[in-house]
Design a protein around this ligand. Structure first.
Ligand code: SAH
Length: 362
């Protein structure tokens, strides 16, 4: 059903590239090729990212001819808001439709320290983690950089109504960012750029399921971005059971790549560790985890499992979560239990989209 709908849409509209996919320098090159002055690029960036206009027509300090040319060449609004749900704790979940009919999720989370946006990098995912809703329908396609940038712009536009600002971005929505590496890097550079959304590298976090070659590549980029790895297990056997990617990229090799990252950047790594009832949540697992990451500059984020109807994992009881945390603390590990947000609005990865897909195929 989803595919049929998509093919139909693709036939009707040949998609122009999104202007949000362009770096400032690329925009300068395009202007020069079109006999325009390069300094217009900064003006266009200002309209896109500081003033956040909804059409090229609104870019009033550009000539009419240039506005028309931009409009013929690029698209500005690539995301259509299908659903915008606000949770009782202020979390806002967006379901956006892409130009080809697929839908993606973006979440705005409210923290004491500011507003954080969780972005999606792929339509679906091919990593196949056995607990995750994002991977249920497989991978449909990668997002363009501009489609990732547009998510942040859209949320910022929603916040503009109350004069608030997106202060941080986490790449923890649907998809595996390191499986769409170049577009993800391009996205990072645009939102981080002074003339772009100007979100500081230290306020951006990227999380991977552990695509080892890309971890080395990312370490060598030398960006001051926060880096997280979905570890979820203290040993090879359990990790392979939870995450099939562990068969291709093995735990010892993953740990070596992470050590390289920490040595190279001097930054610490965050480990996401989902607690899945009776699978990886016993004190002995905490002890094994502590020895696995011993000596590594890191932080462990414990995530009580989010219930996914298609997956049969159960929650770890509260006192056991605390016992697990304590066992790590006793061994000198930096650890926190993730605060849960947006429970009443399906805010965990891929849940809203999974629900929508089901309704569509009904
Ligand atoms: N693909 C990347 C980015 C996703 S980040 C990655 O795997 O790191 C989203 C985080 O939520 C990941 O750590 C993921 O493993 C975790 N997650 C997914 N489904 C979950 C569930 N049902 N319960 C708890 N955590 C889950």
């Amino acid at each position: 059903m989803e595919n049929v709908k998509t093919t139909e849409k693709k036939q009707t509209a040949e998609q122009k590239p999104s202007i949000y996919s362009l770096q400032l320098d690329e925009l300068k090159d395009w202007l020069k090729e079109n006999n325009e002055k390069a300094f217009r690029a900064a003006q266009i960036f200002e309209w896109l990212y500081q003033k956040r206009v909804a059409s090229f027509e609104d870019m009033t300090n550009l000539s009419k001819a240039l506005r028309d040319k931009l409009n013929e060449t690029f698209t500005l609004t690539t995301l259509k808001t299908l659903i915008q749900q606000t949770s009782s704790d202020g979390t806002i979940k967006f379901l956006f439709e892409l130009h080809d009919g697929y839908s993606i999720e973006t979440v705005l989370m409210r923290h004491e320290y500011g507003n954080s946006v969780c972005v999606t990098t792929q339509v679906g995912c091919r990593i196949g983690c056995t607990f995750c809703a994002s991977t249920l329908g497989g991978l449909k396609r990668n997002l363009e950089a501009g489609e990732i940038v547009a998510q942040v712009v859209k949320v910022q536009q929603a916040l503009d109504e109350t004069d608030e600002r997106v202060s941080s971005v986490v790449i923890m929505g649907i998809g595996e960012p390191f499986d769409n590496y170049d577009h993800m890097m391009s996205f990072l550079r645009i939102i981080n750029h002074d003339d772009g959304l100007n979100i500081g590298a230290r306020h951006i976090t990227v999380s991977t399921s552990g695509i080892i070659p890309k971890i080395y590549k990312f370490a060598d980029e030398n960006m001051q971005i926060n880096f997280a790895v979905s570890l979820h297990a203290p040993n090879t056997e359990i990790r392979s059971r939870l995450m099939p990617i562990n068969r291709a990229y093995k735990l010892p090799d993953l740990m070596e790549a992470i050590r390289y990252y920490v040595d190279k950047t001097g930054r610490r790594v965050s480990f996401e560790y989902g607690l899945f009832g009776s699978v990886n949540d016993q004190v002995e697992h905490a002890e094994e985890l502590a020895s696995l990451i011993k000596g590594l500059k890191c932080h462990v984020n414990l995530i009580p499992v989010n219930y996914v109807p298609e997956r049969d994992y159960v929650r770890t009881p509260k006192d056991q979560i605390f016992a697990f945390e304590k066992a790590l603390k006793n061994r000198g590990v930096n650890v926190t239990i993730r605060r849960e947000q947006g429970h009443d609005i399906d805010a965990a990865c891929g849940q809203l989209r999974a629900k929508e897909r089901k309704e569509e195929t009904r």
